[in-house]
Write a protein of this length. Sequence first.
Length: 308
Amino acid sequence: MEIRSVSIRQYLDVTGHSIAYIRRGKYFYLSPYRAENNPSFAVNPDENLWYDYATREGGNIINLHSKLNPNLDNHHVLKELQEIIQKFNLQYSEDYESRIKEQQNQESSLQEKRKNGESETIITGIYELSHPYLRDYILERRIDFDIARQYCKEVHYSIYGKQYYAIAFTNIEGGIEARNKYCKRSIGKKTISAIYQYNNPLRRCCVFEGFFNMLTYVTMKRWMDIGLCIDEDCDYFVMNSVGNLKSLLPYLADYDKIHCYLDNDEAGIKTTEKILSVYPDNAVDESVRYKAYNDLNDVINGIMMNQK
C-alpha cells in the first residue's frame, strides 16, 4: 500500500482526534501536535493533505506522523505508520471517503423512507453500554464513559434486514434516542426523558435539548466544572426535541427553580423564552453561561459559534 495515499481523516480518527467542524469541504480539528482552543488544523479530503493555518505548515500523512513523533527518524516513522495501518485496517483516502459517503447516502435514503412511512425498525437487543466503537465515540465527545453507562444503554436493531448498533437513551414512554458516530434516530415514540435523582422531585431541575448535553453537564459537574453547573443537586429533563415542549411544561410545575440549558440558536432561544413566560418566577436562562458556544458539548470540545 502507498502510505502517503492512506486517509489522513481515518488516521486522525483512530488516533483519537475528532472533527471540530466542516467548512467549505475541509475538516477542521484542534491541532493534534500542539495545544490550542480554536481549531486551525484542516484536512482536505480531496487532496488528502493537511494544513495548519496557525503555523502555516502542511503535508501528507507521513509528514504528519513525523510531526507528531519528532523523536523518530524517517525509517521508524514509516515503520510505525505501517503498523498503525495494519492494526486499524486503514484505507486509501479515496476508498475511505467513498465509504463515508455511502454511509451518509444510506442514512439519507432511510430518512426519506421514514418520511414516507416506509421505515421498519426492529430492536434485536438492549445491553449494557460496552461496544468499543460507541465507547470511542463517547470519549471523542469528551464525555465520561462511566457517566454514559450510568444513563445510557446499548441498542442493537435492524432496518430492512441490515444490522446496526447505537447508544440508547430512553424516554418516559419507553422510546429510544439512538446515536452513533454516523447517525441519530428515534426508535418508538419520541417524547421527553425525565431523570429523578431520588424517588420524589427535588426543588431544582435542569432542562437540556439533547442527552449529550445532559451527559456533558454531569461530566463537568463531576470532573471539571468551569462555572457552568448548579451547586445543588437537580433532577434532569431532556427534551430530545424542542418540539416536545408541550409535553415538558407540566413536569416543570413541581420545581422552585428551573435551569434552562438549551442551545444558543433560534429554536433554543425561543424555547427558553417560552419556558420563562410560563414560569417567570422559577425559570432561569443558563445559556448565558456559554453564550459564545452553541451548546454545552461545544463548550467541552472548544467549538465556538463563530468558527462553525
